[in-house]
Design a protein around this ligand. Sequence first.
Ligand code: SAH
Length: 390
Amino acid sequence: VKTLVLPATLERALAQGHPWVYRDHLPRDFQARTGDWVRARAGRWSGFGLHDAEGALALRVFSAKGIPDADWVGERVRAAWDLRAPIRARGDTDTYRWLNGEGDFLPGIVVDLYGDYAVLVTDSPAVEPLVPWVVAALGAVRPLAGILWRQRDPREEGDRRLSVLVGGAPPERLVVRERGLSFVVSLEAGQKTGLFLDQRENRCTVETLAAGRRVLNLFSYTGGFSLYAARGGARETTSVDLSKGATRAAEQSFEASGLAGEGHRFVAADVFEFLEAENASASRHDLVVCDPPSFARSQQQLEQAERAYVRVNTAALRVVEDGGLLASSSCTARVGPAAFQRCLAEAAARAGRRLQILHDAGHALDHPIALGHPEGRYLKFIVARVLRPA
Ligand code: SAH
């Protein structure tokens, strides 16, 4: 294999387990193809990674010891499966993240389980050589009815291709179970791999806080937070999302979960317009969930993202009843936990409210984060009580 000599300044991060090397750290004359194994050195550190000739990430590091083979990859897949045993042990959940890329020490590769189906995501063509080994390991650990493959390419916007790798295509509307609730999901048409599995434990938190409350779920997608709120005894739920397909799926999941009823509304609308109208008519809610899409893809968009968090949370706070709750989330990795709290503080100032943080959370067990890889910690979830200044 080719040896790649990196600046010694990278030694510490790599030794601490950071699995990425950006292109601007590579010597100009270094040449290898996408998907080639490379041995990299930085000071006294050395490791083996897959090279990407075009993306901003030039190297994903897998092992300090040698070039991974099928057995090595199989061990990562099995270790990830074992880590999720507590989720399976409850017996009420058949959808969760089986493999979380960097967080499970297989950079660039994610696997989400949906009942008897799995969706495998590759972040770049550079990691595609590992796919056959991952697929073999998945099937050996847990036989599947089908495996879908979402191939991402950092050079292109969005998801490049979706194909059936193994077995059959899933039904257009698959019903999966999360904490005993039924979710109607489309693995092919849905966002992410179908559901936002990363919010499961945070949805549980909302369930415990919902009793007797009027709940407003902003950016509701397929209604996850609303379903939990309804089961938790919410007096009413209103789910707002731009996507008609998502709000329809939310309605279907309410029916499938036996929770459908008059108190549950599904609104296909722009959240900002919806909140303006609510505020104008002085409508108030006791618990507002705000889980917008990621606002920044690059460092340049960071300021813009922070402004967007301030704006949406200001508008959300204006419709919270005095003494009510705001459950606010951010999935933008570049806006860290401290920055997100600053956004909420600024939103509170603009809305003329005081906030008391009651709960501050992030990722659950099935979305582990490698400690040396802070970029893996993208999810923030804060529950705050909303008060008028005394
Ligand atoms: N809370 C959800 C996930 C939300 S993902 C869950 O737990 O499953 C973000 C959602 O915001 C997407 O469904 C997207 O359709 C929606 N969205 C994006 N911009 C929007 C806007 N301006 N108004 C309403 N919904 C929007």
